[in-house]
Design a protein around this ligand. Structure first.
Ligand code: 13P
Length: 278
């Protein structure tokens, strides 16, 4: 069934688990993630980010996520990841997404609040959810991070009305191995002054035991995971191509990625306590 972000994060916060926001690049990974969620009896957030949208039109992503979600036996959120403009949000809403992230984290605080409040109002008027971001989450080998300021977070949450807030607390995008772990003291300071569900981008770099601990014992209700599962897909695809040099039918080749990607995704659900929740 199709769901909004608010509908899946409320129970996660109440019952002490986190919902994976899984980065999708195409049909095969998205379908494997839905199969993994159904096998785990877990809610799922399917995400289309900027790379995915450069590859395939947002209207196609929206239709695909909705088709998968409507046929699923568990709640599935169709989520726009890293929308940058009001136009991105409008296009996603028109395409059937049930949740839009507006990333104003590169803007000065006032402008970020203004942009995010506008998108949150648009989403709420359509019965949908909105995620904002405050603080800069950097990239492995690229842009550096700036930690989220707790007082700014309190104001941002109050003035924008977002359903979820992505924070920068030691997380970095695109890490291929578990990193140092998150700054627990900063998470606690943010939690002390806001009551919005928190989101961690760059979930691949967060050690699995810390994911489990934070899912159960903090207001982090969503971890975005991309790299870890894209690596599983890439490895499975390489093996599938090499297995039979005579094979050229892409459907037959890609079919071999389904089981390993589903298994890797099932481990992600279990690692944040999301299994057997629906
Ligand atoms: P990783 O690829 O580092 O897991 O990050 C995913 C993400 O945050 C997408 O917004």
């Amino acid at each position: 069934m199709i769901a909004t972000l608010a509908e899946v994060l409320g129970p996660a916060l109440r019952d002490g688990y986190a919902v994976p926001g899984l980065v999708c690049l195409g049909w095969e990974d998205a379908r494997a993630y839905v199969r993994a969620a159904e096998a785990e009896r877990a809610p799922l957030i399917l995400q289309a980010g900027p790379g995915a949208r450069a590859h395939m039109p947002v209207a196609v992503w929206g239709a695909m996520f909705r088709a998968l979600g409507e046929a699923a036996s568990v709640p599935v959120v169709a989520h726009l990841d890293h929308g940058l403009t009001v136009g991105d949000a409008r296009a996603a809403i028109a395409a059937g997404f049930t949740s839009v992230m507006i990333d104003g984290s590169a803007l000065p605080l006032e402008q970020n609040i203004h942009l995010t409040a506008e998108v949150a109002a648009l989403a709420h008027a359509a019965g949908l959810s909105c995620e904002g971001e405050l603080g800069v989450v950097g990239y492995a080998g690229g842009k550096a991070s700036t930690g989220t300021d707790p007082d700014e977070a309190a104001r941002f949450a109050r003035e924008t009305g977002v359903d979820a807030l992505a924070v920068s607390v030691g997380n970095v995008h695109l890490q291929q191995d578990a990193g140092q772990g998150l700054d627990l003291a900063l998470i606690r300071r943010i939690e002390a002054v806001t009551d919005v569900p928190l989101v961690i981008h760059g979930g691949s770099g967060v050690p699995v035991d810390q994911r489990a601990m934070l899912a159960a014992g903090s207001r982090i209700a969503k971890f975005n995971v991309g790299t870890e599962l894209r690596m599983a897909f890439g490895a499975a695809l390489r093996e599938a191509v090499a297995r039979d040099p005579a094979r050229f039918d892409r459907i037959a080749i890609l079919r071999d990625t389904e089981e390993p990607v589903t298994e890797a995704a099932r481990a992600v659900f279990r690692g944040m306590g999301a299994s057997n929740r629906v």
